[in-house]
Ligand binder design. Sequence first.
Ligand SMILES: [Zn+2]
Ligand SMILES: [Zn+2]
Length: 306
Amino acid sequence: MEKCHYCDNLAEATSWSPEIPLCLNHFNRYMEKKVESTLKNVIYNYHVTLEGRRLLVALSGGKDSMALLHLLHSLSLKYHYTLMPLIIDLGLPHLHDGITICKKNCRNLGLELQIYDLKSEEGFTIPELIEIDGHTPCSICGLIKRYILNKIAVEHNSIIVMGHTLNDYTYRILRALSLGDMDTLRRLSYILSQGKRMAMRFSPLHDTYEIDICTFLRINGIEYSHAICPYNDFRIYNPYRRIMDSLEEIDHGVLRRLKRTFFRRLKPTAPKVNLRECKICGYPTTSEICLFCRIKNLWMKRKAKA
Ligand SMILES: [Zn+2]
Ligand SMILES: [Zn+2]
């Protein structure tokens, strides 16, 4: 067995970038450092005090959000924030497994899981909305989740933390570039400042490869949900995922380079988005009435007719 790069312990795994053998402690440190770099960015460049703040951690039970929860929990002793883990029950059957996994992990860490039940709070589930609306399942689900998370975070004066990985960012960048989708390119960010009725949000895994997340979960014996969304075939990023993952195998580090080039060179040239208040709910939007309210209205009209 190989030895750890930093100490005399046996290596448990190899990190992806840089590619070095690490023991359990040093692998965990390697993962924590990446999350810490985002926390430091938030503290020093955005002048936000994390001490005493509540971080609303958006969970799904999947690998990324479970790794995020454990890493944030480890670092909470150093940065003195409190964690508010939350899962939105969207009415999707595969999420039952995710909720069970989230409950287990939260219990192990001594955290109280909040469950937001979309059906009882808003009157609809994601499958019900998809039936009436022309949007793709992923875009409608993403929109509802973003809106609800922001609403809860604003009400609790919290900061939203999400589990988007380096891989996620590169799939989005590549797809949006290929389509010339300037709206998506403008909105892509891994740290978003607080605004009027808009909670700050950041994604501390933005520079972490999914392969490292899988290793982290495996060597720490952390449970996560393997359940697949019933709308998986509609996932617009699947082809980009396959291409980019194969490219990374051949050209080590290509995903990180792509993401960095985008955020350092291209993103700063994008014009700012002008936000105004939704006439119905008051939350920020680019149009007169936000998309959430428009979809909710459509749902209520259809329901009244039925
Ligand atoms: Zn070591
Ligand atoms: Zn609205």
